[in-house]
Ligand binder design. Structure first.
Ligand code: NAD
Length: 319
């Protein structure tokens, strides 16, 4: 791959290529049905399950025949989804537990209810999240809220569930939801980006700790959705923009890669394919390694260089 930063020349920031128009998994194989964790009869717990990606995940786990525990602060939507899940799974295989993940006692209640009912957790999906635009020096309450939910929500769930999951004999996995904004840090959402960077960091640490724990049967995965049409991104519009993926597409991609055992699950969308993400991530890392200005991708002196880098990088990846 050529990562020349010497040559210059006009190049579009988004080079033309055949974008991904929709995501369809290659098809369930026999191996998928035999997956030890994502399998009928086992238990999935999803936070932030009442909308968007969490809801799509609950519906996919129900299709597989897993028992599903859904948790959310939005009680009305939670109950609506529970009614839908019960139609597929029956009442004894669905738990709807109103839970604010930023409150430890509520997370403890969720765990107790799940273990009392089913005695295990196979898939723990830390999905609850909130986003807000803002700068680094304004909106202290917003900063606290974003960190309480996006970071401490996951910390609370990990502290509460992981010790119990480690005691189980059966294999289990934890999926923490990060964001590309926590990796490449685009300007405009300072608190959200910082919280998602922390989620990446804590999930990498968790994966290492689980790997090094004797007899641990639990793995961790960092799930990074692409642009997905959900409550968070839709601004109230029900129509999915062409560039975004549906929540179901994003969840199917995540499941396929969790089944493969991938740790980093960086989802594309209809605007941004994997190669573009790879190049952007490497550029961001090179800011640090090469001592460039912070966020040089958006620095007026580096824009042309970044465009050139993307053009050459994509050409070499496509060769
Ligand atoms: N949609 C995207 O393009 C996108 C991209 C990258 C990452 N993400 C991440 O995906 C996750 C799911 O987001 P989404 O896009 O489906 O948004 P969404 O708003 O549709 O769903 C988020 C859910 O989390 C719930 N929630 C909020 N605060 C909570 C709390 N304190 N406790 C429990 N539940 C709470 C909300 O009620 C909502 O049901 C989030 O972590 C988000 O940051 C989304």
């Amino acid at each position: 791959m050529v990562f020349s930063d010497r040559s210059r020349g006009a190049s579009p920031l988004r080079p033309g290529f055949n974008s991904v128009t929709s995501y369809k998994p290659e098809g369930l194989s026999v191996a998928d049905h035999l997956h030890p964790v994502i399998n009928a009869g086992r238990v999935a717990v999803i936070t932030g399950a009442a909308s968007g990606i969490g809801k799509a995940a609950a519906l996919e786990f129900a299709k597989i025949g897993m028992k599903v525990a859904i948790a959310d602060v939005n009680h009305e939507r939670l109950n609506e989804l529970a009614a839908e899940l019960i139609q597929t799974l029956g009442e004894t295989n669905v738990i709807a537990q109103p839970t604010d993940v930023s409150k430890l006692d509520e997370v403890v209640r969720l765990r107790d209810r799940v273990y009392e009912a089913w005695g295990e957790v196979a898939v723990l999906m830390n999905n609850a999240g909130v986003g807000d635009r803002g700068t680094s020096w304004a909106g202290i309450d917003k900063w606290k809220k974003v960190f309480d939910v996006n970071l401490f929500g996951i910390v609370n769930v990990q502290q509460t569930f992981v010790p119990s999951m480690l005691h189980q004999e059966n294999q289990a996995l934890i999926v923490n939801t990060g964001s590309k904004q926590g990796i490449t840090n685009p300007p405009g959402n300072a608190a959200y980006n910082a919280s998602k960077a922390a989620v990446k960091s804590l999930t990498e640490g968790l994966a290492y700790e689980l790997r090094e724990t004797p007899n641990s049967n639990v793995t961790a995965h960092l799930f990074v959705p692409g642009w997905t049409h959900t409550g968070m991104t839709s601004s109230g519009s029900s129509e999915k923009p062409p560039g975004a993926w549906s929540a179901q597409e994003t969840v199917l991609y995540m499941l396929e890669h969790v089944r493969k055992g991938d740790f980093y699950i960086i989802c594309p969308d209809n605007e941004t394919r994997n190669e573009i993400d790879q190049l952007r991530i490497m550029w961001a890392a090179s800011d640090v390694a090469e001592g460039r200005p912070a966020l040089s991708r958006w620095h007026r002196d580096y824009k042309a260089l970044f465009s050139e880098y993307m053009r050459e990088g994509l050409e070499s990846l496509e060769r």
